[in-house]
Design a protein around this ligand. Sequence first.
Ligand SMILES: Cc1cn([C@H]2C[C@H](O)[C@@H](COP(=O)(O)OP(=O)(O)OP(=O)(O)O)O2)c(=O)[nH]c1=O
Length: 207
Amino acid sequence: MDSSLIVPLPSPPLVLASASPRRRELLSELGWSFSVEPSRVDETIPEGEPAASAVERLARLKASAVADRRAESCVVAADTVVAVGGLLLGKPRDRAEGRAMIGLLAGRTHDVFSGVALAWRGKVFSASERTEVTFRPLSESEVRGYVDTGEGDDKAGSYAIQGRGALLVTSIRGCYFNVVGLPLARLSLLLAEAGLSLERQWRFGSR
Ligand SMILES: Cc1cn([C@H]2C[C@H](O)[C@@H](COP(=O)(O)OP(=O)(O)OP(=O)(O)O)O2)c(=O)[nH]c1=O
């Protein structure tokens, strides 16, 4: 067939339902244009809820909350927690909790779980992704020094792999972007599942 006869379908407007600057940066780096509308949902995880289900449930909740007011758009949301020794670590309440978290992570391997959800045309598609991250051993003063940089204050597990936290990480297994808060390849698969092929994803937001 003459390829000039194929008219590409336009991409739907894309909305990122997140207040996270990291998630915004990751989508921008793909060259996508999108608007940002943070959701304000209760992010409490009940004791005993498995990490993978919790992050997926919260991502769905965030996407649905924004989709309710943006029916014509494709809404993306995510949630990230760190799991270590049977504990789930969200964002630290203060620096003391931050030090306790980094102390727990030092010299061992933990899991980072992100849930990602996509709400489009009345349906919600979702998944969760796990990445193993290993920290090198740290002395008490190294733990204190890192937490005092402040970069982990608003991050799950109290660290940023994309920042100075990289100096603590000896290896990772799995998706790097999942650790930063948005598993991009997983998101791409969800978009395809929703009917937005990779061909359409290349052009997200372009007119
Ligand atoms: C482990 C890790 C987490 N994080 C961040 C990603 C998330 O922003 C944050 C986890 O908190 P979340 O509650 O998942 O997200 P958020 O409150 O920042 O934003 P929103 O709910 O509006 O989408 O931790 C990093 O940036 N780097 C890391 O290495």
